[in-house]
Structures are given as C-alpha cells and as structure tokens.
Design a protein around this ligand. Structure first.
Ligand code: NAP
Length: 250
C-alpha cells in the first residue's frame, strides 16, 4: 500500500475543532506534518500536544482567515518549521443561518468574510509557492448547501456555491497553465461539530439541531475522505466529494 501522505506538509485552517481537528489528527497519524490555524490558540495548542504525544508532528499559530497577513504568516510558519508546503485545507467557516426576512445583515457579511474571503486569502497565500514548485494540493470545505438550495441558507449556501465555482475554475486553470495544482472540494452534509453554535436565529437553530440529532455523523468521516484524496498519486486529481450520513436524505 502506498503512503503519499507521509511527510507532506499540510496547512489546515479552522483546525481548532470539528472537521479541521479530526483531519489534523488523522493526517498526522498517517505521517503528515500538520500546520494548524484558527483563532482559539488554546485549543490549537491542546490538539498539537495531543498529536505530538501520539508521535506525530504539528505546529500551530493563531489565524483569522479574514486577514491576509495571518494567512501569509501561517504559510511562513509551515516553511520555517518544515521547509516546504504541499497542501492547504481551507476549512475555516461559520454558519449563522436564518431566513432572508430576518435581515441579519451583519451575519451575512461575516459569512462572506470568513467563508469566501477566508478561502481567497488562503489561496493567495499559497499560490506563489505552488505555482513556482509546479505542485500543490488545495482543498476546500464547501457544503451540500453549496450544491443545492435549502430555505434558511441563502447566504451561507451562497458562500459555499462560490467555493464550488472558484475551485473548479482553479482546477481548470492550473491544468491549462501546467502548474499541476490539484483541487479537492468537499460537500459535507450533517457532521457533528461546533458549527451549530454559530447560529443566533432561534427557529433556525432548532431546525438544524433536529437534523443533526437525527442524522449527524462524526467529523473523522470527512478526515478519511481528505486522506483518500491525499493518498492518490501526483498525476491524479479527484476533485469533488459529497459526504454525509447514509440515512440523511439531504
Ligand atoms: N458540520 C457540518 O455539518 C458541515 C457541513 C457542511 C460544511 N461544513 C463546513 O465545514 C467547515 C468546518 O466546520 P465544522 O463543521 O468543523 O465546524 P466547527 O467545529 O465550528 O469548526 C469551524 C472552524 O472554523 C474556525 N473559524 C471560524 N472563523 C474563523 C476565522 N475567522 N479564522 C480562522 N478560523 C475560523 C473555528 O475556529 P476558531 O473559532 O478557533 O477560529 C473552527 O476551528 C466549515 O467551513 C463549514 O461550513 C460543515
């Protein structure tokens, strides 16, 4: 069995909980050198310590994905710590869903800033390296709300549709430019993480809680898919995964 994950240097945004944390732990267990970023540094430290105790390698740094400087700094941390960057998992995200009529306009802007600008900032930070080395893996966490419309998720879903389009254009352009930058876009359904804590609208929170209680599965399921994508040979890209609970109709 090949192991194309071993020794890869992988930056993970939103690594302090949920999908990011689970993916960091699994990739580190498979020999990747992981670079963890999120705003809650205490959580990142605990996860990095846990990885080190298990024999893996991890470094971390406070990161707000809405700030370009922070994204550039975590790429520098990866290079300074491990000498190179092979991949970035653009995972940081928030989901304060509500109906449009609730007019939670500041939450709309926050979602655009974290879920869209955060992805753009991360891509801008790694692209010069990936283009120069003619290799690199860019993975982004969209959502099933990025491929289907669901009432209540007009803005959240819109940010995730953006990710889908952007990543597909990036994949095509890098193939045309011969830079061998591979892309993976993930479309998770209900995964039990801290994501629902970002919802302030009572009705939306209750509705979502019902769905997650009925269907939710653990975030390591997404980590397994990320590991699968990483494990493929350099000449192969598998660019989209819709992943969720077998019993959730979506
Ligand atoms: N769970 C699901 O059912 C599901 C389904 C589809 C898609 N997704 C997507 O999966 C991704 C991960 O979410 P999750 O489900 O694992 O939820 P989570 O446990 O709430 O994790 C979200 C992560 O994003 C980080 N984050 C939020 N704002 C940030 C910012 N400005 N800068 C840096 N990091 C930030 C959080 O860390 P800090 O608070 O420490 O910054 C946290 O580590 C998100 O993009 C989400 O939209 C999740």
């Amino acid at each position: 069995m090949t192991n194309n994950i071993k020794d890869k240097v992988v930056i993970i945004t939103g690594a302090s909980s949920g999908i990011g944390e689970a993916t960091a732990k699994l990739l580190a267990a498979k020999g990747a050198k992981v670079v963890l970023g999120a705003r809650r540094e205490d959580k990142l430290k605990a996860i990095a310590d846990n990885i080190a105790k298990a024999g893996g390698q991890a470094v971390y740094q406070a990161l707000d994905v809405t700030r370009q400087d922070d994204n550039d700094a975590i790429v520098k941390l990866a290079k300074d710590s491990f000498g190179k960057v092979d991949a970035i998992l653009l995972n940081a995200g928030i989901m304060p869903v509500s109906n449009v009529s609730a007019l939670k306009t500041s939450e709309w802007k926050q979602m655009v800033d974290v879920n869209i600008n955060g992805v753009l900032n991360g891509v801008a930070a790694v692209m010069p390296i990936f283009t120069a080395q003619k290799s690199g893996h860019i993975l982004a966490v969209s959502s099933v709300a990025g491929i289907k419309a669901y009432p209540g998720t007009a803005v959240y879903g819109g940010t995730k549709w953006f990710v889908r389009d952007f990543m597909e254009c990036l994949r095509m352009e890098s193939a045309m430019e011969g830079t061998n930058i591979r892309t993976v876009t993930l479309y998770p359904a209900a995964i039990n993480t801290e994501l629902l804590t970002t919802i302030t609208d009572e009705g939306a929170a209750q509705g979502m809680a019902g769905i997650y209680t009925a269907f939710g599965i653990a975030p390591d399921r997404i980590a397994q898919v990320v590991a699968f994508a990483f494990d493929l040979p350099e000449d192969t890209t598998v660019n989209e995964f819709t992943v969720g609970p077998a019993k959730q109709p979506w």
